[in-house]
Write a protein that binds this ligand. Structure first.
Ligand SMILES: [Zn+2]
Length: 130
């Protein structure tokens, strides 16, 4: 975890998905950086994102590449395109890990998933799933 990403992780613990936004040009981006990737200024603020987006791309994974990871395979690696614009790598949960149940551009929403006292991850599920 880097200092510039601290508001992001703090927000997740509070159940908020925060995204960095450039105060100079208004560009919303992810991951958190010290400089705006568009205009290179350091005037970075934060917005509370809606937590909504759509599935841009996905891959069903049958291997656990990280032992710390608590979701048993198979699971769905997902590239989420947030309503605010940025894309975020995550996991799609609460859905069968089956290409028949998952399609690109399906609407998704964030699920705040606590993995330790310090870390809450923003995972995603099909909108309205439970
Ligand atoms: Zn900018």
């Amino acid at each position: 975890m880097t200092p510039e990403a601290k508001p992001f992780w703090d927000g997740l613990r509070e159940g908020k998905l925060r995204l960095p936004r450039c105060g100079a040009c208004g560009h919303v981006f992810f991951y958190p950086r010290i400089l705006c990737p568009k205009c290179q200024t350091r005037d970075i603020g934060w917005i509370d994102a809606s937590g909504k987006g759509k599935l841009h791309a996905f891959e069903i994974s049958y291997q656990t590449f990280n032992r710390a990871w608590k979701i048993p395979p198979p699971y769905v690696l997902a590239m989420i395109e947030l309503a605010e614009g940025p894309r975020m790598m995550s996991n799609l949960i609460n859905v069968a890990p089956d290409p028949k149940s998952i399609r690109c551009d399906m609407p998704v929403e964030v699920v705040f998933t606590k993995v330790s006292d310090d870390v809450t991850l923003p995972l995603f599920q099909p909108e309205g799933a439970r």
